[in-house]
Design a protein around this ligand. Structure first.
Ligand SMILES: O=C(O)CC1=CCC(=O)O1
Length: 96
């Protein structure tokens, strides 16, 4: 199952810098592990914003939910999830 997820990161301005760096580093490591596993298929930065568009390929709503809840930056994100399905006009064979 594919999902488009928009993540807007909203870290409090007064958070300790070392804590921020630790959160970003652990977020990056988990993100890259999930990308290697094929669960987090794409991640794109939105130009000029501390936001990303991501595509997840997971087995269920529950798996996506569990992944989102596990993200170290989740408490500091606004998240919008859109379930996706193959478009009948698509000519690609790798988008489902
Ligand atoms: O920087 C972001 O957009 C938040 C984020 C998600 C995965 C990651 O490494 O950073």
């Amino acid at each position: 199952m594919l999902y488009h997820v928009r993540m807007d990161v909203l870290i409090p301005a007064d958070m300790d810098a070392d804590k921020v760096n630790e959160l970003k580093a652990t977020e990056k490591a988990l993100s890259q592990k999930l990308q290697e596993q094929g669960k987090w298929r794409h991640i794109w930065r939105l130009a000029g914003e501390y936001s990303n568009f991501s595509i997840f390929d997971v087995d269920s709503n529950e798996e996506l939910h569990d992944i989102m809840m596990s993200l170290p930056l989740y408490p500091y994100m606004k998240v919008e999830v859109t379930p996706l399905l193959r478009h009948p006009s698509s000519v690609r064979d790798d988008d489902s």
